[in-house]
Design a protein around this ligand. Structure first.
Ligand SMILES: NC(=O)C1=CN([C@@H]2O[C@H](COP(=O)(O)OP(=O)(O)OC[C@H]3O[C@@H](n4cnc5c(N)ncnc54)[C@H](OP(=O)(O)O)[C@@H]3O)[C@@H](O)[C@H]2O)C=CC1
Ligand SMILES: CC(C)CCC[C@@H](C)[C@H]1CC[C@H]2C3=C(CC[C@]12C)[C@@]1(C)CCC(=O)[C@@H](C)[C@@H]1CC3
Length: 345
């Protein structure tokens, strides 16, 4: 039976490179590109079919930043497929990033310089906003929309006769100090990206505890620093091109400068090839590229604990209830809300 692989944010960057690499690995897959911009999704599909003419590539409209869109997309998935083997939670945003230039030059001459280049610790802030569901946009896109998707697809992911996987594109920018259980959406701070990625690391751990017994396994990866639309939002592409020789030089000291989407997708592909039982739920799997341009994957322990991840899971369930209720109050999905209440009670 063909394996069904859904990838969010698959129309560009690391998501699209992953699609290419997955099809090269296994031409029999059924790939589903879950994207909010269907024009770009069509273009991605055309590109994939040009290099893999016999591939099965489906498109699904999904805006992970919208509760209604996630519920509708999940409904559509349930009508199309009887199971989901891999769910890559890759869509992500870093809106209005600001670089702290002073901190950058201070870090450049400190002992922390390698870590600074690998994690951007203390260098980046973002300006977030509230979306039409009254949720923080970064939190919803990078974490909560994906959480809802997993919840909705539970019957297709948790089946007695096979194992399934969810794989998060997290970041080494995920930091405990940017996250607070009292403000899981990061309404009050200036590092929503770091907070949302730390939350995804914890959610992955909680999912493993909750769902391994039902055949669902979760993992997180960091793709390294990759030139994509996300990084072109931090500095313009011509600037990155200008400093590329310096970046290759830095690669000698930190293997986290993977630079191309192909290299960045390394750990995502590596996980595809692993037996889930052999993976460490507290490890983040890093895509790395050596100074000679060799790609490999390395697990590194995450700074997360069981209690906090469990507390986050409970808070996300509460927020899910509120979000669904609000949607019903606005006049949509009454039937779905009734079904949801029946399920949880
Ligand atoms: N580039 C890097 O250095 C790093 C990236 N990452 C992570 O990698 C992931 C992929 O990013 P990357 O490839 O770099 O950047 P891109 O901007 O190229 O890709 C992001 C993808 O997410 C999609 N997306 C954004 N918002 C939504 C939404 N609301 N609903 C559905 N899809 C959405 C985008 O679609 P659209 O075309 O509609 O905008 C796009 O396809 C992200 O999670 C990012 O945080 C992690 C560490 C480093
Ligand atoms: C001369 C310039 C002012 C040079 C500035 C360099 C910085 C813009 C980069 C140094 C480390 C980079 C980095 C990221 C963004 C760009 C830098 C801050 C990320 C935060 C991108 C997204 C991620 O998720 C991380 C893994 C990256 C870590 C390194």
């Amino acid at each position: 039976m063909e394996r069904v692989v859904i990838i969010t944010g698959a129309n560009s960057g690391i998501g699209l490179a992953l699609c290419e690499r997955l099809l090269t690995e296994d031409g029999q897959l059924r790939l589903c590109l879950a994207c909010r911009n269907m024009q770009r999704a069509e273009a991605a599909r055309t590109a994939l079919l040009t290099s893999h003419p016999d591939a099965h590539v489906d498109l699904l409209h999904l805006d992970v930043g919208s509760v209604q869109s996630v519920l509708s997309a999940a409904q559509e998935v349930k009508t199309r497929y009887s199971k989901v083997d891999f769910l890559y939670l890759n869509a992500g945003i870093m809106p209005n990033p600001q670089i702290d230039i002073k901190a950058f030059f201070k870090g450049l001459f400190s002992r922390n310089v390698i870590n600074m280049f690998a994690t951007a610790e203390g260098l980046l802030t973002q300006q977030d906003r509230v979306n039409s569901d009254d949720l923080q946009e970064v939190f919803t896109t990078n974490l909560f929309g994906h959480f809802l998707l997993i919840r909705e697809l539970d019957p297709l992911l948790c089946q007695s006769d096979h194992t399934s996987r969810v794989i998060w594109t997290s970041s080494s920018n995920a930091r405990r100090s940017a996250f607070s259980l009292d403000d899981i959406q990061h309404r009050l701070g200036t590092e929503p990206y770091s907070s949302s990625k730390y939350a995804s690391d914890m959610l992955s751990l909680a999912l493993n505890r909750q769902k391994n017994s039902q055949g669902l396994f979760s993992s997180v990866i960091c793709p390294g620093l990759v030139m994509t639309n996300l990084t072109y939002g931090i500095l313009p592409s011509f600037f990155w091109t200008l400093i590329m020789p310096i970046m290759w030089l830095i690669r000698i000291f930190t293997n986290t400068f993977t630079l191309t989407p192909y290299n960045g997708a390394e750990a995502l592909l590596w996980l595809f090839l692993q037996k889930p039982e052999s993976l460490d739920p507290k490890a983040k799997y890093h895509s790395l590229t050596s100074g000679f341009g060799v790609n490999y994957t390395e697990p590194r322990q995450m700074d997360i604990d069981d209690k906090m991840s469990e507390d986050l899971y409970v808070k996300l369930l509460e927020l899910e209830k509120t979000a669904r209720r609000k949607l019903t109050e606005r006049g949509s999905n009454e039937e779905a809300y009734r079904r949801y209440l029946n399920d949880v009670e």
